[in-house]
Write a protein that binds this ligand. Structure first.
Ligand code: SF4
Length: 371
């Protein structure tokens, strides 16, 4: 299990190793045909910063060769903002005195109809983590409502059990995104104070449940702003490497959420600037040509446009981060998890993608052809 692997690493020693990488290590990583985790370490190190242009070029070439000139579009549908956890960086945390709501099945239908009118075929169902309010049975019913309207359903909810994932897969679940937030075991409790999410090992072990359940695709990621992004990204790549070998039929996706303003105050402990995020995206692409790389509306329109051709493969668009935000935005705007940074419509984003010579893909054809 990955938990045993990560326990054999020391955070401080790993950080020192990353920061001790040299120009020669980066040049060697850039020339390599079969990049190792050690090469990835060099590519995310400060020593790689002067090589950003070369990394961008390689990242663009690899991405175009593997994925063509395409960007997949998806939209999040927030089902509930109830949460039993207390993550200090999140507006939904149980301590925040905000209005709470879980969509009724009728409201889910209204939302999905509003979303499908925007053109989306790929929906990401999001909840806070509250088994009682939005558990596996609720999700199964939601799947039944959504399925006639949407061809690809992904989940970003609380960790479930293997048998629950299996049941949802049989009802159309395609992808599960589960973020470890930080791999720093010692500091993890500082950010996750209460609830099931406070259990670091349980969260890491959920990836094994997902793999055993045979999910089509898993999404991994950290929350940039908690611990040193370089060290956290090294451990994410190590985790990715392990999962690829262990669950070789599964596909993988990586996301890089950076902290956004939300209800309640939390100052980022570590800053990842735009250049560093670009470096990380290029490093992942050079490390793994098959991994899908997603960029959400947390990032600004300008930044997303600039990164379009350089390594990413999917983008969210016209996102509302509050339950009920598509069918009744005016009634539900105080329920949001965080403020988005790119508020263009899906049609505007699709036009921008086309103007750049790329195709906006509303449906994952790879999955569609398997059915
Ligand atoms: S990050 Fe997720 S689990 Fe934590 S408080 Fe927010 S919604 Fe709940």
């Amino acid at each position: 299990m990955f938990i045993d692997i990560i326990k054999s690493y020391d955070w401080q020693t790993t950080t020192k190793l990353i920061y001790s990488k040299t120009e020669a290590d980066v040049v060697s990583a850039l020339k390599s045909q079969n990049r190792s985790i050690d090469d990835f370490m060099a590519l995310i190190s400060p020593a790689a910063e002067p090589f950003l242009e070369e990394m961008a070029q390689q990242s663009q070439q690899i991405t175009q060769r593997r994925f063509g000139k395409t960007i997949q579009l998806y939209v999040p549908l927030y089902l509930s903002n109830f949460c039993e956890n207390n993550c200090v960086y999140c507006g939904f945390n149980t301590q925040n005195k905000i209005k709470r709501k879980v969509l009724t099945y009728e409201e889910v239908k209204e939302e999905v109809i509003a979303i499908s009118k925007l053109g989306f075929e790929h929906i990401l169902l999001v909840t806070g983590e509250a088994d009682v309010k939005a558990g596996a049975d609720y999700l199964k019913k939601v799947f039944e409502i959504i399925k006639p309207h949407i061809s690809l359903i992904s989940l970003e909810v609380q960790p479930l059990k293997q048998e629950e994932y299996s049941k949802l897969i049989s009802h159309g679940l395609n992808t599960v995104y589960l973020y470890q937030e930080t791999y720093n075991h010692e500091r993890y409790p500082k950010y996750h104070i209460k609830g099931k999410k406070a259990n670091y090992e349980n969260r890491i072990n959920t990836f094994e449940e997902l793999g055993r359940a045979g999910v089509h695709k898993m999404g991994l990621g950290i929350l940039a702003g908690l611990e040193d992004w370089r060290t956290d990204s090294f451990f994410t790549a190590l985790h990715l490497n392990y999962l690829k070998k262990q669950y070789w039929k599964t596909k993988f996706s990586i996301s890089f959420p950076r902290l956004r303003p939300h209800t309640g105050a939390f100052e980022p402990n570590s800053i990842m600037n735009d250049k560093q995020l670009a470096q990380l995206i290029f490093a992942y692409r050079l490390f793994d040509e098959n991994v899908e790389i997603a960029m959400s509306t947390r990032e600004s329109a300008t930044y997303r446009d600039n990164m379009l051709k350089l390594g990413i493969t999917s983008m969210s668009a016209e996102s509302q981060t509050n339950p009920g935000g598509y069918a009744h935005p005016e009634e539900n705007n105080e329920l949001e998890q965080f403020s988005i940074n790119d508020d263009r419509t899906a049609a505007q984003i699709a036009t921008m993608i086309r103007r750049n010579g790329y195709e906006a893909v509303w449906k994952d054809w790879d999955t569609y052809l398997q059915q």
